[in-house]
Design a protein around this ligand. Structure first.
Ligand code: FAD
Length: 569
């Protein structure tokens, strides 16, 4: 297999040679390092690599090339090599100089670069290498060049195979997918036996599971088999940013902690290709990387996770809160943190609902974006999430069309995103338009769009539709005595209306719902700020409140020394 390429472009010959030599010394075994000293030579190299089918992992261009010519160059790099990471090399400390900072911010906003790289100074310069290896890790993760443990074999557009891939991706289980009729697929299917029913899952221990159930998938993803026989201090429902944060703080502070999620880790954040506004990540962080790291962190501290299990009911019996899960399992705890977030509203078009996972996707693009090169893709929605999705898809698709019900983008989308959409080739915006129909033979083939301004319906060919048209909180399953607002978001603390159904003398604590010892954190909460950072913050506060509630309960009802818990740090 030819090695993936790292390309360095710099008009300063000494600097070019220095950077190339450092890359060869550090990465030469796994990557081929090439260099170019002017944009024309670089364009030739980019085209040659594309013609030869070579993979470009990273292209670094010096700031001197970030003028019109350099900008065009990096734009061209993205067209020819959509997966390649693109770094702008700036002098040490120059990111703080206003003109350089402006170049960096503009280049990122216009999608020309992924981030900046300070040129190396001392030898060895570990800050430089940290940036390079972060780029390469992102690239390898997107290109699935991480070791695979679970193989999934299925048909390209089968909804269940898609669900499986999504789940493993969301549970941070390394996996790969191949088509049943491919050479690799045939070899794997032979291991599964002649009666195997698609999709088939081949586990690292050699087991092959035919069309596996959710429980089998959860077990393969690491759920403890006896979780319903254990005692927990706190059960967290939902493994999005709020739930993962509660898991990290709960487990690290000595609480016996279980997290249950109907899918995998990351919640909505999982579908964000780059979160740029999360504290401490100046280069941004993809939602899935943030979630994977939080999951690992919580697991190391001792939190247990059960994926692919939906919580369907919550009841109270004396001091215990009991949650019922799909597959008939039940789990009890002294406190519960509801971190079930929210999800995108459905279109309500039955023919399109039937194609969910087979060309119709709710939420932003993640794993499926790579499969859409050369495709005609549509995004329905007028908010920032829809804007981000359109820009991400434009890297891969032939054409991306944004369908907006309102008469302009201004009402729902940030100005910087509107600018970036206008500046990106291959994107169409259709305002005053809604999706009213569509279908296909087992996968999406066409959409029917209604233009309210002229009042007619048009049928257009479509390979994929991403729906991002508003959120709905995941609270339908909760008992009626947990108070919520008109749209279903949970009241907490002072917002609990007239302390509805509240039987204790003390008022509900800050994140406590109208059922005592049941707290809510993150997007599911009435009045929450719909951001990763606030969900994470609320997850940690919820744990602090759980400590207080357990301590109050302990002082009312002293426990044996064996049952004593660690004190909060
Ligand atoms: C495409 C996109 C891009 C975004 N970009 C940004 C950004 O750049 N910056 C930013 O700050 N924010 C961003 N956000 C918003 C951010 O992702 C959310 O605010 C955040 O994820 C909320 O976290 P949460 O834990 O409260 O809920 P969620 O992330 O919604 O997670 C809830 C979890 O609960 C699970 N669940 C629900 N019901 C049940 C049940 N009954 N049983 C078991 N499990 C259940 C779900 O499966 C899910 O995993 C973005 C969102 C999207 C969709």
């Amino acid at each position: 297999m030819p090695l993936p390429v790292l390309l360095v472009i710099d008009g300063d010959q000494d600097a070019l040679e220095d950077v190339a030599a450092r890359l060869v010394r550090r990465y030469g075994l796994d990557y081929r390092v090439e260099s170019a000293s002017d944009p024309e030579q670089a364009l030739g190299a980019l085209a040659e690599l594309a013609d030869a089918g070579d993979e470009l992992a990273l292209v670094l261009a010096a700031t001197s090339l970030s003028d019109a010519t350099g900008g065009g160059l990096l734009q061209r790099a993205r067209q020819l090599h959509p997966h390649a990471k693109r770094g702008l090399m700036v002098a040490q400390g120059a990111w703080a100089d206003p003109p350089t900072a402006e170049t960096i911010v503009d280049s990122i906003a216009m999608g020309r670069i992924d981030y900046y790289v300070p040129v190396p100074a001392n030898a060895p310069d570990e800050v430089f290498h940290h940036t390079i290896s972060t780029f390469l890790l992102e690239w390898a993760t997107e290109r699935r060049k991480v070791p695979d443990t679970v193989h999934i074999v299925g048909e390209e557009w089968s909804g269940r195979a898609y669900e499986l891939r999504e789940t493993f991706e969301r549970c941070a289980v390394p996996h790969d997918f191949c088509l049943a009729e491919s050479d690799e697929g045939r070899i794997l299917l032979a291991r599964a036996g002649p009666d195997a029913k698609l999709p088939v899952m081949l586990l690292p221990d050699g087991r092959a599971l035919s069309d596996p159930s959710n429980a089998e998938i959860a077990e393969a993803a690491g759920a403890p088999a006896d979780f319903d026989e254990r005692d927990f201090d706190v059960v967290i429902v939902g493994a999005g940013p709020a739930g993962l944060s509660a898991a990290v703080y709960g487990a690290s502070e000595g609480l016996r902690t279980l997290v249950v999620d109907e899918g995998g880790i990351g919640g909505q954040a999982r579908s964000s290709s780059l979160i740029r506004n999360y504290l401490g990540f100046p280069r941004g962080v993809s939602g899935h990387r943030l979630a994977e790291q939080a999951y690992e962190q919580a697991s190391v501290f001792g939190a247990s996770f059960v994926f692919m299990h939906r919580v369907t009911a919550l009841s109270r019996s004396r001091e215990q809160l009991t949650l019922s899960l799909t597959e008939g399992r039940r789990v009890s705890a002294t406190a519960v943190i509801l971190a079930t977030g929210a999800s995108y509203r459905r279109l309500g078009v039955p023919t399109l609902e039937a194609l969910t996972g087979a060309g119709v996707f709710y939420g932003g693009p993640a794993s499926e974006a790579h499969a859409l090169s050369g495709a005609d893709v549509f995004v329905a929605g007028g908010g920032n999430s829809a804007g981000q999705a359109v820009l991400y898809l434009a890297r891969y698709a032939r054409r991306v069309t944004l369908i907006v019900r309102g008469a302009s983008l201004d009402a729902g989308m940030s100005h910087y995103l509107i600018q970036e959409i206008q500046a990106t080739p291959g994107i169409d915006v259709r305002i005053s338009t809604t999706v009213v129909g569509g279908g296909g033979d087992g996968r999406l083939r066409q959409l029917v769009l209604r233009d309210a301004s002229v009042g007619n319906d048009e049928t257009v060919a479509a390979d994929a539709l991403f729906v991002l048209i508003g959120t709905r909180p995941h609270t339908d399953w909760l008992p009626p005595d947990i108070a919520r607002d008109r749209t279903g978001f949970l009241y907490t603390g002072e917002d609990v209306p007239n302390h509805d159904g509240w039987l204790l003398e003390r008022p509900p604590s800050a994140l406590e719902t109208s059922m005592s010892r049941v707290l809510a954190a993150g997007d599911v909460r009435h009045g929450s700020v719909k951001r990763v950072a606030s969900a994470v913050g609320e997850g940690s506060i919820a744990v602090q409140l759980v400590h207080n509630l357990l301590a109050a309960q302990q002082s009312a009802e002293p426990r044996s020394a064996a049952g004593a818990r660690a004190r909060p740090r």
